[in-house]
Ligand binder design. Structure first.
Ligand SMILES: C[S@@+](CC[C@H](N)C(=O)[O-])C[C@H]1O[C@@H](n2cnc3c(N)ncnc32)[C@H](O)[C@@H]1O
Length: 245
């Protein structure tokens, strides 16, 4: 049986706090540079930031090709972790814009801040410890949201999508990646707290994900799915909030 939502969320918060503090033993090996290579992060980008910055990287896909911030834009990296995607999007850009790193795990933000200082003296970055279900920003604050390995951590998808819709400007874009389930998952997934934290138990199908965004007023721009194993695909997706800015 699925645990109550509050228990799932508090387990996920603790799980990542421990990981970013280095208290989780060998499980770190599940992410990092090898995963970035596997997911198709371009080699020149991989080499553009210090090696140790990759240690706490837990993405589900390469979402950055969908991002094209203009001067003065604001990008929210929701569930930023150690902030690797935030660094990379800055490194690729030729214009000045702001990246807000938001995560529930305080220890992730400590790492993200240190990494940001190492590549750009921290200029153009903000760091916020908050729950993505209640983003502490005014409506229409962002042109872009990065959501890499975070969608499935929300037992209530509508709550998250509502917040994304609220904080994006009309025409703003969500660039995300996560696991999508291929069919009905065996019951043990829902019961296993760590399977929630690894983005498995909260997975929906690609069609369900698309329908949920469309139902809240987003246009589907694209979804690319790759086979991961018998239960899951890895999907990279983009949605645009309807309306013009
Ligand atoms: C799978 S990791 C991905 C981290 C990062 N996006 C990356 O690619 O390395 C999930 C991240 O989401 C954060 N997170 C989990 N639940 C969250 C929530 N409700 N609000 C904000 N961040 C959350 C975790 O602390 C963790 O850093």
């Amino acid at each position: 049986m699925r645990p109550p939502e509050s228990k799932i969320k508090s387990h996920i918060r603790q799980f990542y706090e421990q990981r970013y503090r280095g208290e989780s033993g060998g499980a770190r090996g599940l992410g990092g540079k090898p995963l970035a290579v596997e997911l198709g992060y371009p080699p020149e980008l991989i080499d553009s930031i210090p090696g140790e910055t990759w240690e706490d990287f837990f993405p589900c896909g390469y979402v950055l090709s969908a991002l094209d911030p203009k001067g003065g834009d604001r990008v929210l990296n929701l569930g930023c972790g150690a902030g690797v995607d935030s660094l990379l999007v800055k490194i690729c850009a030729r214009v000045e814009f702001q990246v807000v790193n938001l995560d529930t795990a305080f220890s992730a933000l400590v790492k993200a801040k240190r990494a940001a200082r190492s590549v750009s003296s921290g200029r153009g970055f903000e760091f916020i410890c908050a729950d993505g279900g209640s983003i502490p920003f005014e409506p229409g604050s962002f042109e872009w949201v990065i959501l890499n390995g975070v969608f499935n951590l929300f037992p209530q998808k509508e709550e998250l999508i509502e917040e994304l819709h609220r904080v994006l400007k009309p025409g703003g874009i969500v660039a995300g990646a996560d696991l999508c389930r291929k069919g009905i998952l065996p019951g043990y997934f829902a019961e296993e707290p760590d399977a929630w934290a690894w983005c498995m138990s909260g997975a929906v199908t690609g069609e369900e994900l698309t329908r949920a965004f469309q139902a809240r007023g987003f246009t589907h721009l694209g979804m690319a799915a790759e086979n991961m194993d018998e239960f899951f695909d890895r999907a990279v997706f983009t949605f645009r909030k309807n309306g013009f800015s």
